[in-house]
Ligand binder design. Structure first.
Ligand code: FAD
Length: 456
């Protein structure tokens, strides 16, 4: 009789540097690799459309690779607590392994399951794999969490260096007969009518092999120039690793060590450190989410609850979503997002600032739209950055710092290449009329902010 091990994958859709998979293999029993689509457990945020598209591709790739290694990917849908217990029973499993998550609802599910399974005599172990520095390991002098990035990142760097990544296993032997699996196509993760994913298909190839190839390409071709060109949306100078990290096709440990190795073998040290500090912002967002589980819905700074948001003007929100605000850089960014599922960081800041401070629309409406349309939509980084732009968040830009989209375009897209690519009508002087006057709307937002200051 065998007693298979279950590896329950979540935000770690990879075979290399996967400590849960390694632990399962080390048990020397057949391995069942399981993914559960859980859209029903309380507090678990249902995936947006672009994220579902990515998930489909990534699972398809993973399933194929597991088959090549003698295993199989088992897909199930439903509340994770019940589904994992069912699969344990179906497989006659003796152990379950997973890599940890940091959102409150996710931790609740995982903690409950750990207790139940252990009560049933099943071995359970969880591991750090999705962040380099788990939130509770980074503490201020007084033992609390950090709320400012620079000291946070300094404290991380004073901790022992992240462990070396684990190699990809050669084989992942499955049981003779695997527990029943749903068919991926039956999950309906891909859009059908209308099929809005053409631009996503043209832009991306989900899956671990493409993720590793992109990391290698970035480190050999782009890293040296990262520091100088990372803010120019037309330069293509950033890594484009965010969806890979979001879905865990690539481990941050691998990114860390390969970047350090590139630096040691002669890459521009300033650029390498700058790149690693961006990985640090991802760590910081996870840290803040862990300590503020309501990050996506509640202002971190409570005085922002007094912000007098005007009544929502749905036509303004729609114009922003569709890239018809009349502001070239904003429209270019929003159209890039809709077409490709991604937007350059500088343009994310500008489009978010415009929504919040020129259209005076609550940051949560913007966060929801990004959640639905980004392939890298992340439960920590997305709300964290929206609150950063709004001024209501941790270590945030002050509210009164209103990005001027025209000056931003002059500075970061001086030849207009980005606007020409994504909003050619604007480049030809034929774009939509401006929805609002930039100067007057900025002044109105600053007046509204006075109420926040009084509540502080
Ligand atoms: P690079 O410049 O190559 O950076 C390397 C990696 O560092 C990124 O892949 C990402 O994992 C991380 N990173 C970089 N900047 C940040 C940041 N500010 N916060 C957190 N991590 C960062 N990033 C997401 O991964 N998911 C999101 O849902 C998300 N939503 C955002 C919403 C707004 C309003 C803003 C302003 C930013 C958001 N970001 C988000 C952060 C950032 O824009 C993207 O991570 C970056 O544009 C991805 O491109 P890249 O991989 O080429 O980045």
């Amino acid at each position: 009789m065998t007693s298979p091990s279950i590896v329950w994958l979540r935000d770690d859709l990879r075979l290399a540097d996967n400590p849960a998979l390694r632990a399962a293999l080390d048990r020397d029993e057949p391995v069942v690799v399981l993914y559960v689509l859980d859209e029903v457990s309380p507090g678990i945020r249902p995936l947006g459309g672009a994220a579902k598209w990515w998930l489909h591709g990534s699972l398809a790739s993973l399933g194929e690779r597991l088959r090549e290694k003698g295993g199989e990917l088992v897909l199930r849908r439903g509340p994770a607590t019940r589904v994992v217990a069912d699969v344990v029973e179906d497989a006659g499993a003796g152990a379950v392994f997973w890599n940890r998550r940091y959102g409150a609802a996710e931790r609740e599910v995982d903690g409950g399951l750990k207790e139940t399974l252990r009560g049933d005599g099943i071995e359970v172990a969880s591991f750090a794999a999705s962040v380099l520095f788990e939130p509770w390991t980074v503490r201020t002098g007084s033992g609390g969490p950090y709320s400012v990035f620079t000291p946070f990142w300094k404290a991380c760097q004073a901790l022992p260096a992240p462990r070396a990544p684990l190699p990809e296993p050669r084989d992942v032997p499955g049981p003779g007969s695997s527990p029943a699996s749903d068919a991926l196509d039956d999950w309906g993760l891909l859009p059908t009518v209308p099929d809005w994913a053409e631009g996503l298909r043209e832009t991306w190839e989900p899956g671990e092999p493409a993720a590793r190839a992109r990391l290698r390409g970035f480190l050999s071709d782009d890293l040296d120039d990262y520091d100088r060109a990372r803010d120019e949306p037309a330069a293509g100078a950033t890594s484009q690793l965010s969806p890979r990290l979001r879905w865990g096709e690539l481990s941050p440990y691998t990114v860390w060590h390969e970047t350090v190795a590139a630096r040691e073998s002669g890459a521009n040290p300033g650029a390498a450190s700058r790149f690693l500090s961006e990985i640090g912002w991802r760590e910081f967002a996870a840290h803040v989410l862990f300590h503020h589980p309501d990050l996506a819905t509640k202002n971190l700074r409570a005085e922002f609850d007094a912000f007098p948001w005007p009544r929502l003007e749905p036509s303004h929100l729609e114009a922003w979503q569709q890239g018809r605000t009349g502001v070239p850089l904003v429209d270019a960014g929003m159209r890039e997002l809709w077409r490709t599922g991604i937007m350059h960081n500088r343009v994310r800041m500008v489009t978010a600032s415009y929504l919040i401070k020129n259209l005076m629309i609550d940051w949560r409406r913007g966060e929801e739209w990004f959640w639905d349309t980004l392939v890298d939509a992340d439960g920590a980084s997305n709300p964290f950055n929206w609150q950063w732009v709004a001024g209501s968040g941790a270590d945030a830009a002050p509210y009164f710092r209103v990005f001027n989209p025209e000056l931003q375009a002059q500075k970061f897209d001086p030849r207009g290449s980005y606007v020409r690519e994504w909003a050619p009508d604007h480049a030809a002087g034929d774009g939509p009329e401006p929805l609002v006057d930039l100067k007057a709307s900025r002044a109105a937002a600053l007046r509204a902010y006075e109420e926040v200051k009084q509540a502080a």
